[in-house]
Design a binder for this molecule. Structure first.
Ligand SMILES: [Zn+2]
Length: 308
């Protein structure tokens, strides 16, 4: 029986040992889990803290952004204001500049007008006539090739002579032969001429030779034209193609017929052409008016463009 008792004791001991080991194991295992949970909780808290910090940072950042946006709006407004001011200033300057330009334009016009001889667009009659002492500002000799053979040198207003030569060039391009009989005539020459006409034609000379001083020839902007077939400047010039060409084209060069047919002021002078500037000549060509039926004040408005 001794042996079986030993066996029981042994088994019991074994069971006890196993029990102790198991209990220890279970105890240790439980403790380990608690530590893990503790760690996890700590980790969670750390994360929550970090999260809170991030939220706080985010709020600060959002506030900063909002503030920056307000600042930006302000800067934009300021820039807009500046741009407005700049534009206003620029407009003011431009207004000022254009005022100056207009003013200097007016001054230029006045200066230009002051230099233009007002007699050049004056109407002459027995009541209003050119002073016997009047002498044109500047005359220039007309090229010989335009002067009727046998006639002496002729002179024309220096500022209008290019218009005259352009007209004569254009007419010769159209196979016409316009020639100048007489252009500028001084008061004394006019007196002499009147004397010659009076000797030849008697008192009838008044009909086609203006009384001395009335003569537009004294201006230096008037000429008598003819063509070699006709000879002198006489009414038969009116039947030539040269005369018809002048009626159709002379205005383009600033020339008009001073005394057209049936003008009611003076005898018809188809040979007698006066330079009045392109603007006025064009106006007369378009209208029913003639130079001598126009109002002098209306004519004077064309003075400034006389040599344009
Ligand atoms: Zn004449």
């Amino acid at each position: 029986m001794k042996n079986s008792h030993d066996v029981v004791v042994y088994i019991c001991g074994l069971i006890a040992v196993i029990g102790i080991i198991s209990a220890s194991y279970l105890y240790l295992e439980g403790e380990d889990k608690d530590v893990k949970i503790e760690n996890l909780l700590q980790e969670r808290n750390t994360l929550l803290q970090k999260n809170n910090q991030k939220d706080a940072d985010l709020i600060i950042a959002s506030t900063t952004i909002a503030e920056l946006q307000v600042d930006l709006e302000k800067i934009k407004d300021d820039l807009d204001d500046l741009a407005d001011n700049y534009r206003n200033e620029k407009n003011r300057n431009e207004d000022f500049e254009s005022q100056i330009r207009n003013l200097s334009g007016t001054l230029d016009d006045l200066d230009k007008l002051a230099k233009i001889d007002k007699e050049l667009l004056a109407k002459y009659s027995k009541v209003y006539f050119l002073n016997e002492n009047y002498v044109p500002k500047k005359l220039k000799q007309i090229d010989d090739k335009y002067i009727l053979e046998g006639k002496k040198d002729q002179y024309f207003n220096a500022e209008a002579i290019d218009h005259l030569e352009d007209m004569l060039k254009a007419s010769s391009k159209d196979d016409l032969d316009l020639k100048i009989v007489s252009a500028y005539r001084s008061f004394d020459e006019q007196v002499d001429l009147k004397g010659q006409f009076t000797q030849v034609y008697g008192t009838g000379a008044n009909a086609f030779s203006a009384d001395q001083g009335y003569s537009e020839h004294q201006l230096g902007t008037t000429l008598d034209l003819t063509t070699p077939g006709v000879g002198g400047a006489y009414t038969s010039f009116a039947e030539t193609k040269e005369y018809q060409w002048l009626l159709d084209n002379a205005y383009k060069y600033g020339f008009i017929l001073s005394y057209p047919k049936d003008n009611g002021f003076y005898v018809y002078e188809p040979w007698h052409w006066r330079f009045v500037g392109v603007e006025l000549a064009r106006h007369l060509n378009r209208s029913d008016e003639t130079f001598y039926t126009m109002d002098q004040r209306e004519i004077n408005e064309y003075l400034i463009k006389l040599f344009d």
